[in-house]
Design a protein around this ligand. Structure first.
Ligand SMILES: C[S@@+](CC[C@H](N)C(=O)[O-])C[C@H]1O[C@@H](n2cnc3c(N)ncnc32)[C@H](O)[C@@H]1O
Length: 236
């Protein structure tokens, strides 16, 4: 998809950013002024209806000191720093993101932690010299933001790169129960702001995996089904 955003010709913050990012999420993730305003814990807390801590814990609890961890995309607030600290100096923490301003923020947050690296790449194509055999690969609220074909690419790439004995963790939206009032708020949000999110209401994450049957899928839902954490491992 060609990116025809008018800022592209003159602004390095837009250089190489996928079209869906500038067309749908410009103010949320690409425009540096907005990103500086939004990159705060309270923003994440409000966006996740106060479920931020338990959703982050569902990822952080899977990390053990010394692990090699790849987090696919930057997240606002202190999640990246907490994950890197938990990995600690005997491990490896790699953060990737496709958007220059997000790389800037991630780099600032991880400054001074020599076991970390921030790498600009599309998560579906991360295959650089830095790539190692990860113990844990995490997609935290990335899948609902990307177009359908990119969901397949990202899930397949994560699982293709997952060594035996390692875990992939997906934390993301899910199909909320009908009694959950937030369901109806999110319907509107998805309609106006998140055009690729409804797909996770219809499809399990394993739907996006080419070889789903080769893996064990463990799903836990939160907040009346609004959110899910799925942990994936190779079957023996
Ligand atoms: C993880 S998601 C949303 C997380 C959450 N809503 C938050 O509070 O930040 C947002 C990030 O995904 C990044 N992103 C989008 N598409 C990507 C891709 N294909 N590969 C890597 N990063 C991507 C964006 O640049 C942005 O930093």
């Amino acid at each position: 998809m060609t990116n025809n955003h008018p800022a592209l010709a003159i602004d390095p913050y837009y250089d190489g950013v996928p079209a869906y990012m500038t067309e749908v999420y410009d103010w949320a993730y690409v425009d540096p002024t907005w990103v500086r305003a939004l990159d705060r814990n309270w923003v994440v807390r409000v966006l996740l209806f106060l479920n931020d801590q338990r959703l982050m814990r569902s990822y952080l609890n899977e990390i053990e000191p010394g692990m090699r961890v790849w987090q696919l995309a930057h997240v606002y607030g202190d999640l990246v720093t907490r994950a890197a600290r938990k990995v600690g100096p005997s491990g490896v923490f790699h953060l990737t993101d496709v958007t220059p301003i997000q790389i800037e923020h991630g780099t600032r947050k991880l400054a001074g932690m020599e076991w970390t690296k921030v790498i600009r790449t599309d998560a579906a194509a991360f295959n650089h010299a830095e790539f190692v055999d990860y113990d844990l690969i995490c997609s935290f609220f990335l899948l609902h933001e990307v177009p359908e074909e990119k969901k397949y690419e990202i899930v397949d790439h994560m699982l293709d790169k997952l060594p035996k004995g390692s875990k992939a963790v997906f934390v993301d939206y899910h199909n909320p129960a009908r009694w959950q009032p937030i369901r109806y708020i999110l319907k509107l949000v998805n309609h106006y702001l998140e055009p690729f999110a409804d797909a996770l209401w219809k499809n399990e994450i394993q739907h996006y995996a080419r070889d789903a049957s080769k893996f064990a899928w463990r799903k836990k839902t939160f907040f009346g089904g609004v959110y899910q954490c799925v942990v994936v491992e190779h079957k023996n």
